[in-house]
Design a protein around this ligand. Structure first.
Ligand SMILES: Nc1ncnc2c1ncn2[C@@H]1O[C@H](COP(=O)(O)OP(=O)(O)OP(=O)(O)O)[C@@H](O)[C@H]1O
Length: 308
């Protein structure tokens, strides 16, 4: 199937001479959730803004649903919903009017039933007659999503959807995103909460200094780069790791009271059984053992550091 969004060899040099994107290529499949991760200034907003037709590229090409974002601007803009970080609409307008007006801006005929559904889906129905200034921060954020969904887009861009949102609201926003995906909407989100990408994304793209460092299925990424640590708490502290255990590359921590063994989760043999046997043979007694899996955050930091 042809990708719904196709970015090829995209570059952007701002008027200041700063090169924000350096030949970015990325295909986004219909119906997936792609998380775009990158440190501050990596080029995420620039990339999204070009796809949405807000910023002009210096070079390269972007198509949405097969249409060129520059030549066929009207068609592509109608297919896209963008949830920006900040609400910039009139604080004295009601929720209902704000969302309905947004549909009109995209050249769509009024459809009160659709607006009602969007507001209900986002738990904003009982606030439809409230003005925006009467809403909490989290509700305002949901109004931003409602606006972006008002014209029934096929692709939704969410720029930092849960920045500054409390944990329970963040979880409910994730549910909203999952429901949208289930209804067939393709979702691209940028986030600084790596936990958010780990929780809801199907694929992860890592961008740094205007270059895509990696695009990978999330689960494959976690298995491929994910490492596990076995932590062994000792009954008696050791001064040093015995020579007989040298092949395990153990780390002695916490004043000799703890051994750390790192192993590859995708390997056929983890080496744990033989390590435990070798510890017993060396007369080392254990107090406790536990394991820890590296998170997407550990993986992300490693990729970005390696790319520097
Ligand atoms: N209008 C502009 N003129 C000049 N440079 C710009 C302009 N907009 C962005 N930049 C620069 O381009 C780079 C990429 O910015 P961008 O906003 O795309 O990053 P980002 O990945 O979205 O960052 P953040 O996570 O902080 O939102 C930054 O170094 C930024 O200073």
């Amino acid at each position: 199937m042809a990708p719904i969004v196709s970015v090829s060899n995209l570059s952007k040099t701002y008027a200041s001479g700063f090169q924000a994107l350096k030949g970015v290529s990325l295909d986004i499949e219909e119906g997936e959730i792609l998380a775009l991760l990158g440190p501050n200034g990596a080029g995420k907003t620039t990339l999204i803004s070009i796809v949405c037709g807000i910023v002009n590229a210096t070079g390269g090409k972007v198509t949405v649903g097969g249409n060129d974002v520059v030549r066929d601007f009207r068609q592509t803009r109608a297919m896209i919903g963008l949830v920006p970080q900040e609400l910039t609409t009139d604080a004295f307008e009601t929720v209902w009017n704000t969302v309905s007006f947004s549909r009109g801006l995209h050249g769509k005929k009024p459809d009160p039933a659709h607006i009602e559904k969007v507001l209900k889906d986002l738990s904003l129905w009982n606030k439809k007659d409230s003005t925006l200034r009467e809403l909490s921060g989290g509700m305002k954020r949901r109004v931003l999503i409602a606006k972006a969904l008002s014209h029934e887009p096929r692709v939704l861009f969410l720029d930092e959807p849960t920045a500054g949102v409390d944990v329970s609201l963040r979880k409910s926003m994730w549910e909203v995103v999952q429901r949208l995906r289930a209804s067939g909407v393709t979702i691209i989100l940028t986030t600084h909460y790596i936990e958010e990408a780990e929780e809801i994304a199907d694929r992860i793209a890592v961008i740094n200094s205007g270059e895509i460092l990696l695009v990978e299925d999330k689960n494959a990424l976690m298995t491929k780069l994910g490492r596990k640590q076995l932590r062994v708490d000792l009954a008696q502290p050791l001064e040093r790791v015995p020579d007989s255990l040298a092949s395990y590359n153990l780390l002695l921590e916490g004043e000799g009271e703890r051994l750390i063994y790192e192993y590859d989760t995708s390997a056929d043999r983890t080496g744990i059984t033989s390590l435990l046997a070798a510890l017993a043979e060396a007369g080392i007694r254990l107090r406790d053992i536990s394991t820890r899996q590296s998170s997407l955050e550990d993986i992300f930091v490693e990729i970005v550091e390696a790319g520097r």
